[in-house]
Design a protein. Structure first.
Length: 338
C-alpha cells in the first residue's frame, strides 16, 4: 500500500467523530447542508498526521482522535470560506457549499463548523492549551489567505481593501511568509497536536513543530510546480490555474521575476497576470517565459531541502512504524506527480 493510501485510510478514521461533533445541537433540516463539506471527500492528510504523530510518540490513535477531528474540521471550515472568497463553484467534483445551498447558508455552515471545532477541543487532553494553539493557528490561516488575495494582480475591483493594499511585486520572503501561514501552519499544528496528545516532551514537540512547518512549505512549493508543469490527467485540474487566477504568489512566478533580465519577457509576464481575462494562449506564453529561467530547478531544490529538514527533525524519535510513515510522507512530497 502506498504512503498516500495509508494516510487516507488512517485519516478517514475521524469521519464519524467529525460527524458526531457537527450533529450536536443541529437542526435536522440543516443537517444535509452542514455535512455536505465533509461528505464530498478529501484525503484527510491533516488528521492522519495528528494520529500518526501521536503514535510515533508512544500514544494511541484514540488519545488524539478529538484533536484530529478538530484539525480536519478546521481545514474544511477554511475551505468553505475559501470557496466563498474565490467564487469557486466546484470542489472535489461536487458543488461547493455556497453554490449548492446559497451564500447566506454557507456562512452559517462555516460558523457551525467553528463552534464544532471548539467542542472537539474540549475533549482533548488539555482543552485550554489546545484551544489556544488552534485559535492562534486559525488567525495565522486568515492572514495567509489575506496575503494570497493581495498577491493577486487583477480582479476584486469592488473590494477597497484589496485594491488599496495589493502587492505590485512579491518577493521570495513574501511568498514564504504566505505559504507558511496558509499551508504550513495547520500542518504544523496537526503534528504538534499528535505529540501533545501523547504527552510528549518539549524537545519532541519542538521536533514536530519543525517537521510540520517544513513539510508544509515543501508541499506548497511542490503544488506550485505541478500547477505549471504537471500533467492535467494526474493533477486533476487545468495546468496554469494560478496564472488564470492572476496569482503572483506561485514560487515559479516569484523566482522568475527575481531572476529574469529580459525586460520584455518580465513586462509581458506581469501584464498577463494583470489581464482581466487570461486566455490559454496567455498561459502558454507565461509558462514559456518561466521555462527560460532556472525557476523550476531552484524551486525543486528548495522543496527537497525542506523535506530533508523535516526528516532530520524527527530523527530524535525512536524507530517505529509510525515514524517510518512520517519519513515516507516527507519523501513522497519530493517526488509526487499529483
Amino acid at each position: 500500500m502506498s504512503v498516500v493510501a495509508k494516510l487516507i485510510e488512517i485519516g478517514h478514521l475521524v469521519d464519524p467523530v467529525m460527524e458526531e461533533y457537527l450533529k450536536r445541537n443541529l437542526s435536522k433540516a440543516f443537517e444535509e447542508a452542514v455535512l455536505h463539506q465533509i461528505k464530498t471527500g478529501g484525503k484527510r492528510v491533516r488528521p492522519a498526521l495528528t494520529l500518526i504523530s501521536c503514535e510515533a510518540c508512544g500514544g494511541s490513535k484514540d488519545d488524539a482522535m478529538a484533536a484530529a477531528a478538530a484539525i480536519e474540521l478546521t481545514h474544511n471550515y477554511s475551505l468553505i470560506l475559501d470557496d466563498i472568497i474565490d467564487h469557486s463553484e466546484f470542489r472535489r467534483n461536487f458543488p461547493t457549499v455556497w453554490k449548492k445551498y446559497g451564500l447566506s447558508t454557507a456562512i452559517l455552515v462555516a460558523v457551525h463548523y467553528r463552534e464544532s471545532i471548539s467542542e472537539a477541543l474540549n475533549d482533548t487532553l488539555d482543552p485550554k492549551l489546545f484551544n489556544e494553539l488552534l485559535a492562534k493557528t486559525i488567525k495565522i490561516l486568515v492572514d495567509g489567505e489575506r496575503l494570497d488575495i493581495l498577491f493577486e494582480q487583477s480582479g476584486r475591483q469592488d473590494e477597497p481593501y484589496v485594491i488599496e493594499n495589493r502587492y505590485k511585486i512579491v518577493t521570495l520572503d513574501d511568498y514564504l511568509d504566505m505559504v507558511y501561514k496558509k499551508t504550513g501552519s495547520l500542518l504544523q499544528t496537526a503534528c504538534v497536536f499528535g505529540a501533545l496528545s501523547a504527552k510528549a516532551s518539549s524537545e519532541i514537540i519542538n521536533a514536530f513543530n519543525i517537521y510540520g512547518k517544513n513539510i508544509g512549505n515543501a508541499f506548497q512549493i511542490g503544488d506550485d510546480i505541478l500547477d505549471l508543469f504537471g500533467e492535467e490527467k494526474k493533477i486533476g485540474k487545468k495546468v496554469g490555474k494560478d496564472i488564470i487566477e492572476h496569482k503572483m504568489g506561485n514560487i515559479l512566478i516569484t523566482l522568475t521575476l527575481e531572476e529574469i533580465t529580459n525586460k520584455k519577457d518580465r513586462d509581458l509576464l506581469i501584464s498577463i497576470l494583470r489581464k482581466d481575462r487570461v486566455t490559454d494562449a496567455d498561459v502558454s506564453k507565461a509558462i514559456e517565459i518561466i521555462s527560460k529561467t532556472n525557476a523550476k530547478k531552484r524551486a525543486e531544490n528548495m522543496r527537497d531541502k525542506y523535506v530533508e529538514e523535516a526528516i532530520k527533525a524527527i530523527n530524535i524519535l525512536p524507530e517505529s512504524t509510525a515514524k517510518n510513515l512520517l519519513v515516507e510522507l516527507a519523501k513522497f512530497i519530493s517526488t509526487r506527480e499529483y
